[in-house]
Write a new protein. Structure first.
Length: 302
């Protein structure tokens, strides 16, 4: 009995021009084709048949493709150059295994007992028998002794006891390594340019757009003022300069802000730190004179 090529398991009564056979006049009328993907997978066991060369269980839909490339197909049979056995690996071309390849290319080769012992220790079976050791490590931030289990105590241990301490450690390392400095597009705020002046956040955009609207001589501040934090030297790059006065735009206050402002005053400059409550009146003026729903739309006004 000739079976339907579309996996329903029924007798094929119709033959199509593409060479396939079907139980119905149209392949779309085949009961298996009407099933959903879920139902087809559910009926997979019903559609499984054995390859006529290797007896591997395959679906009826994949039968033709599998049998064409099956290594036991008389057309595809290849013999090992060393042991003359049939090569069952589809990717192999000359040898059936690595050992046959080694014996053929280097005949008479024999490993010493020392080499065999190294190979034995390096295989996966030896790695599965590793002993589990407990390592104690002191957290550099809070001083808590942390115990954790590992198979490789020689590797670098965990540095901190928690994610919070790890973040504190990163902050400490960045400060001690004198990281920082003004760089464009490095803040988490929505940055862009307004009238050629770079703004690192929406707060700075409000400040710049307002002062340009009222005709102030605003420009980016290019000063580089040194200050000390935790006995380390850093450099402060202020935001803007208007008529010799420095303006710094901040989202929130920190102790570093006070250190920076004191450093500016010690160098003979006047500075004014502005927060959102100081920018609200400026935003109201912009809303009355500019048509926008979101202040970030001003970035397109170059």
């Amino acid at each position: 009995m000739i079976l339907c090529d579309y996996g329903c398991g029924q007798e094929a009564k119709y033959f199509f021009k593409n060479g396939k056979k079907c139980c119905s006049k149209n392949h779309g009328s085949c009961p298996n084709r009407k099933l959903s993907i879920y139902d087809r997978n559910k009926c997979k066991g019903f559609r499984q048949i054995s390859c006529k060369y290797c007896n591997k269980k395959i679906s009826n839909e994949q039968r033709k493709k599998h049998e064409t490339s099956c290594p036991l197909n008389p057309v595809n049979i290849k013999y090992c150059l060393n042991c003359n056995k049939i090569i069952t690996n589809r990717e192999a071309t000359k040898f059936c295994s690595k050992s046959c390849s080694a014996l053929y290319t280097t005949p008479g080769r024999k490993h010493s007992e020392e080499t065999i012992d190294k190979i034995r220790k390096g295989n996966k079976g030896f790695l599965g028998k590793r002993t589990l050791t407990i390592v104690k490590q002191e957290c550099p931030m809070c001083g808590i002794i942390v115990e954790y289990k590992t198979y490789s105590p020689k590797l670098k241990p965990r540095k901190t006891c928690s994610e919070e301490c790890y973040r504190k450690l990163l902050s400490k390392v960045s400060i001690e390594s004198n990281c920082g400095g003004y760089r464009e597009n490095t803040t988490r705020g929505k940055s862009g340019r307004y009238k050629g002046i770079f703004c690192a956040s929406s707060y700075e955009l409000i400040f710049v757009a307002y002062h340009l609207y009222i005709g102030s001589d605003i420009k980016p501040c290019k000063l580089k003022i040194p200050y000390f934090y935790n006995n380390k030297k850093h450099h402060y790059h202020p935001d803007f300069l208007i008529d010799g006065k420095i303006y710094e735009i901040k989202g929130f206050h920190t102790e570093v802000v006070d250190l920076k402002t004191n450093a500016v005053k010690n160098h003979g400059f006047d500075i004014d730190v502005l927060y959102y409550e100081d920018l609200e009146p400026m935003l109201e003026v912009l809303k009355q004179n500019f048509d926008f729903k979101n202040v970030l739309e001003l970035y397109s006004d170059t």
